[in-house]
Design a protein around this ligand. Structure first.
Ligand SMILES: [Zn+2]
Ligand SMILES: [Zn+2]
Length: 302
């Protein structure tokens, strides 16, 4: 039974998924199924989701869920593993959907990219501003698109949402990945930091004093040690721990804070169990997420 306060990791893999399609490892065996990772996405209750990549259909089927009850979709950035445009827009083609608009939240550059890409894909010519307005009107029965400004708090349904910048850009230069702070109606506060590298000092300052019950961070490059102490673009196990230390010093952790690593690359060197072994020696409550992991938004693991 899926509850409104459930947080569900739909996927925990980076762009290629784990293992990668061109790798012989695709053929198995898989002694630990937590090492099979679809593209990263997280569902919060039935009504909220962050990101919808190319595995969204499979993830819903696996969890015996649908997007019928989904009302608010937050997109981090335009990379395909987070924004599977054709799949999201298929609401227009479903005969038996709920006839309500799905609210899609994203940055202004990401929305501009989305509309231009959709128009070009259908017409093979660059759109004018009036073409974009017409396209938006055609999508209106199924979708409302809402752009988010960084570091501003929005009320979305029953939750509060604020986007902070990851150090990661999508398909266009100014599409800075949105990392999401969500505060649920019961007061549970979470940070979903995917994709990102090490936060800029201004972002840590913005987060200072803001206490989280759950922090989910990008750990794309897992075991790799060649990316510097404060890498941009993506984190690895060691820089993730450094990021957590800095967030701890900034007052973002409390005694019950849970921390999960996600968005994991197939070629970074460590299995799920090896990553967890590393994290268990850090003194922080960090563990690696897996596809299908459910957490109660009360702090206790379900
Ligand atoms: Zn990604
Ligand atoms: Zn990305």
């Amino acid at each position: 039974m899926y509850r409104n306060e459930d947080i569900l990791f739909l996927g925990t893999g980076a762009a290629q998924g784990v293992p990668a399609s061109y790798s012989p490892r695709m053929c198995g065996p898989f002694p630990d199924t937590r090492d099979i990772r679809s593209r990263s996405s997280i569902r919060i209750g039935e009504r909220y989701q962050i990101d919808a990549g190319p595995d969204a259909w499979y993830q819903l089927l696996r969890e015996q869920m649908s997007w019928d009850r989904l009302e608010h979709l937050f997109i981090s950035h335009t990379h395909n593993d987070h924004l599977y445009l054709d799949g999201i827009l298929q609401k227009q083609d479903a005969d038996d959907h709920d006839q309500k608009q799905l609210a899609v939240y994203l940055s202004a550059p990401a929305l501009d990219w989305l509309l231009r890409t959709r128009y070009y894909g259908q017409n093979l010519t660059a759109p004018t501003e009036s073409d974009i307005a017409d396209l938006r009107a055609r999508l209106e029965p199924c979708f409302s698109f809402q752009t988010l400004r960084l570091r501003e708090m929005y009320t979305v349904g029953e939750i509060q949402v604020c986007a902070v910048p990851g150090t990661h850009t999508g398909r266009v230069a100014d599409d800075v990945a949105l990392n999401y702070i969500l505060q649920l109606s019961n007061g549970f506060r979470m940070l979903y930091g995917v994709d990102t590298g090490y936060y800029a000092p201004e972002t840590v300052d913005f987060l200072r004093g803001s206490s989280f019950d759950l922090i989910v961070l990008d750990c794309t490059f897992g075991a790799r040690t060649d990316r510097g102490t404060k890498p941009s673009g993506h984190l690895d196990c060691r820089s993730l721990v450094r990021m957590v230390e800095e967030l701890d010093h900034a007052g973002c952790l409390h005694a019950g804070t849970q921390i999960r690593a996600t968005h994991i690359n197939p070629d970074q060197g460590w299995s799920h169990a090896e990553m967890d072994r590393f994290f268990s020696g850090t003194g922080y409550p960090i563990a690696t997420a897996w596809d299908g992991l459910r957490l109660r938004a009360t702090g206790a693991s379900a």
